[in-house]
Design a protein around this ligand. Sequence first.
Ligand SMILES: Cc1cc2nc3c(=O)[nH]c(=O)nc-3n(C[C@H](O)[C@H](O)[C@H](O)COP(=O)(O)OP(=O)(O)OC[C@H]3O[C@@H](n4cnc5c(N)ncnc54)[C@H](O)[C@@H]3O)c2cc1C
Length: 406
Amino acid sequence: MGMNIFVALNMEQFNLSFSDTKEAFRHKSDAQLKNSKLIFSIFKFPFLVNYGPQLTSFALKIKLPVKGLIKKTIFGQFCGGETIDQCDNTVQKLWKSGVGAILDYSVEGDDTESNFDSNLNEILETIQKAKGKDYYPFCVFKPTGIGRFALLEKIDANINLDEIELAEFYRFKNRFEAICESAADNKVRLFVDAEESWIQNIIDTTCNEMMEKYNREDTYIFNTVQMYRLNRIPFIIQCIEEAKVKGYKVGFKLVRGAYLEKEAERAIRLKYANPIHQSKADCDKDYDDSVKLCFENRDIVSICAGTHNEASSKLLARLMYENKIEKNDNRFWFAQLFGMSDNISFNLSAKGYNVAKYVPYGPIKSVLPYLGRRAKENSSMSGQMGRELSMILQELKRRKQERSHK
Ligand SMILES: Cc1cc2nc3c(=O)[nH]c(=O)nc-3n(C[C@H](O)[C@H](O)[C@H](O)COP(=O)(O)OP(=O)(O)OC[C@H]3O[C@@H](n4cnc5c(N)ncnc54)[C@H](O)[C@@H]3O)c2cc1C
């Protein structure tokens, strides 16, 4: 009984709301907010969402003067700039509210070695840029940006590589290690993004090797775990056990997963069981269980809740509160994508939690696939789009009322 009263009192004091739109959009002018309203309203039109990227790409190819318009609208909503330095303004604006930036080179180029080498150099540059700066709490890279997808797929399927492929694989691993080594040498934390399940084994294995090598004193390397996949809880347990035995620290970015349709489609086509949970509720349960599991193992595990889900974000904050963990404890982070869920990012940061946003950047024509995915995500997830738009409308209304009272 006494315990229940204590818990009830404790809960009462835990006060975290994501509905303060003034806080959420403090960094946006009226004009920028109206621009966001326009963009999220456009996502209601399936034709524009489905064909927008191709139409834009074509318009750019035939040199129609659309670049300025794109830059001011959808690109400006979801990207920081075309180069690292062009992101400076965005990064400083976020940091004014205590939100860090994760520079994400979002170019999806061709599968050539020269492209992989140039991506490697770009990622190393983001690490140099982040070095010693609190407003860049993490760097990030996508493994398929530095190695050929089909090669990784072959390794995952345990198909023997010939000599040429083996050499190619070593080049991939060397790039992977060069990034991790540079991150650790410069004391910059690094996320390795997760991709399709049929290339993920080799990425997980490499991540674990890198953690064993570079996470001895502090946690620099973070693997990403997609909780929409079945059996990821046992995977996390196994990683933690291995780290305990070998004496290193573990970093996880916990996400739900971005390739839901692709995973289902491949499983049907190749006639194997879909490796994804059968329902959103199962996925949500595993996500929240993974947060709890990592939290319980916080003596060696650091986590970043990479999510736009309010309940999951609140769960981590609540666990920290109930266990008297400082809000700015460096083992616990929250992250969202630039241009989305500002209500979560800025309300968390206003309360003193560690928050960062992915800030994608790259030449406009090369980030079109990324923008296309954001458009699709915000149109198919009716809940998400509805939430973004209604928050924006609410804030515009609030500002209008505030002005009329002055
Ligand atoms: C900072 C950050 C980093 C990210 N990094 C990665 C990454 O490295 N790799 C990656 O794959 N994704 C990544 N994502 C995207 C992420 O995986 C999700 O797609 C996205 O964030 C939406 O999930 P949510 O937790 O925000 O919220 P919610 O809106 O609560 O959940 C939507 C997600 O639930 C899952 N889902 C929906 N329906 C079902 C269903 N019927 N059955 C099972 N699951 C279902 C899907 O994963 C869907 O994306 C990242 C997201 C963020 C914010």
